[in-house]
Design a protein around this ligand. Structure first.
Ligand SMILES: Cc1cc2nc3c(=O)[nH]c(=O)nc-3n(C[C@H](O)[C@H](O)[C@H](O)COP(=O)(O)O)c2cc1C
Length: 160
């Protein structure tokens, strides 16, 4: 079986819960992508258009710093990368994470939670942050209600 890691960013815990269950279902390691500067309540009020227009995280070239020991990506074959959808795409902290490790030759499977949106241009936005030899699969929007068995059968269906 491939060696798998589930790496996730979660601002309010929903993606984190899914990530933990997915790690069990996929027999994978678990790694949390943590922002060096935590997002504030105002940052996370995504209905507030004023907040949105002033936030660096709304700029696709922004790279919010991450903190922690690093994900030891080199020891895995498949890395599941999970995040909440923010304004129709992955938060740019995911670009920071991808740029902080060497994903050459790795398979990356995305998963996300959202209030209803799909991945939009996420893959396009993330491609430039990994080596050309890395494969990024769009994966799945998970709503947090999937059972461990459902997640396991999704992982099986990926053929990885
Ligand atoms: C800044 C921000 C932007 C968001 N943008 C979207 C969006 O475009 N579409 C959507 O369906 N949900 C959006 N959401 C909702 C989150 O994707 C959803 O609540 C997610 O499950 C939160 O995951 P978390 O608890 O792991 O942070 C947004 C939330 C935040 C905080």
């Amino acid at each position: 079986m491939s060696k798998r890691l589930v790496a996730y960013f979660s601002a309010s815990g929903i993606t984190g819960n899914v990530a933990k269950l997915l790690a069990e279902a996929a027999d994978a390691g678990l790694y949390e992508i943590k922002p060096a500067v935590p997002y504030t309540k105002a940052d996370l009020d995504w209905q507030d258009k004023k907040a949105r227009s002033t936030l660096e995280m709304n700029d696709t070239s922004s790279r919010p710093a991450i903190t922690g020991t690093g994900a030891a990506v080199e020891s895995y074959d498949v890395i599941f990368v999970g995040f909440p959808i923010w304004w129709y795409v992955a938060p740019t902290i995911i670009n920071t994470f991808l740029e902080s490790c060497d994903f050459a030759g790795k398979t990356i499977v995305l998963f996300a939670t959202s209030g209803g949106s799909g991945f939009g241009k996420t893959v396009e936005n993330l491609k430039g942050s990994v080596a050309a030899s890395a494969v990024i699969k769009e994966g799945k929007i998970l709503n947090g209600k999937e059972s461990k068995a459902e997640l396991a059968s999704w992982v099986d269906s990926l053929g990885i």
